[in-house]
Ligand binder design. Sequence first.
Ligand SMILES: NC(=O)c1ccc[n+]([C@@H]2O[C@H](COP(=O)([O-])OP(=O)(O)OC[C@H]3O[C@@H](n4cnc5c(N)ncnc54)[C@H](OP(=O)(O)O)[C@@H]3O)[C@@H](O)[C@H]2O)c1
Length: 312
Amino acid sequence: MQYRSLGNSGVKVSVIGIGCNRIGRTVDVVGTKELVKRALDLGINFLDTADVYGSTPGASESVLGEALAGLWDRFVLGTKVRNKMGDGVNDLGASRYHIMNGVENSLRRLKTDHIDLYYIHSWDETTPIQETMRALQDLVISGKVRYIGASNFTAWQLARANGIAEMRGWSQFVVTQEEYHLLKRDLERELIPYARYANLGIVPYFPLAGGLLTGKYDRGDAISPTRANYVTPFLTEENFQILDHLRAFVAQRERTMSDLAIAWLLSEPQVCSVISGVTNADQVSVNAKASDWTLTQEEIDQVRETLEGQRF
Ligand SMILES: NC(=O)c1ccc[n+]([C@@H]2O[C@H](COP(=O)([O-])OP(=O)(O)OC[C@H]3O[C@@H](n4cnc5c(N)ncnc54)[C@H](OP(=O)(O)O)[C@@H]3O)[C@@H](O)[C@H]2O)c1
């Protein structure tokens, strides 16, 4: 396994991580323990969850709390706050109030005394960003949180948030988690140039486009209800046409579509880790194998030409 710095921080994360949004939904405690064991065997140390993930809010964190007992020093776990966790008017958002409640609830579910990486799940236009950054700073000082991250922020939002933190000597976001994969590359306009400038890490989500980029779906396939939410939005004719072009590219190299999806993301140096979601341990092994493919500049250019021939 290879490791990269978590953005502008000293902690190292495996280039292959595990997205945990199926944990506590389609993957139970036994299945999660298998994923965790396989991760350890392969040198994977980066796990991604959120307060809201699971069949009910908190379920993913609760299952991880069971599965990771005694293993906290082997993993770098990221979780998130900001989304709606209850019916109360303050049960969501990036206010000091909700962040302080949110962290206590996450710690209780995860059965630990610290969170390695605490993300703001998305920008909250109703809370001054100074309030959010100050609350996060206090959590870092208290030791409850080690590093902070953003998610679904634009480049200007990241620059504003980290600019304020820098001026005041507070902790800055070391990474941002954004949708980025072969079929969605909007990030390349503004966010990636900013991330390179500021040495901000990028954790791409939906790296496999919900499973479409594994190559296992075809036009007209019936999708099981447990997968429909995730993959259906990607099953467009336009995306299938891109896949048709890329199939030849991977076949020539005796690689798979998911190898390409993962290796292509890792060709961007600001990408710290590819956190594909998994539903069983064998998927972890398959995804880990992709990281042994380092695309040449010629291959990167060829893929880019194929994608740009289709759309930006
Ligand atoms: N920050 C945000 O707003 C945000 C939003 C969404 C997701 N995320 C994070 O990003 C992570 C990744 O996103 P995602 O899980 O939704 O989508 P994804 O990684 O693009 O796709 C994951 C799905 O593909 C299938 N799969 C994975 N590896 C496979 C393999 N080797 N062979 C065949 N099928 C395979 C699995 O589904 P099946 O087995 O059911 O086919 C898996 O659940 C999430 O787990 C979550 O942690 C963050």
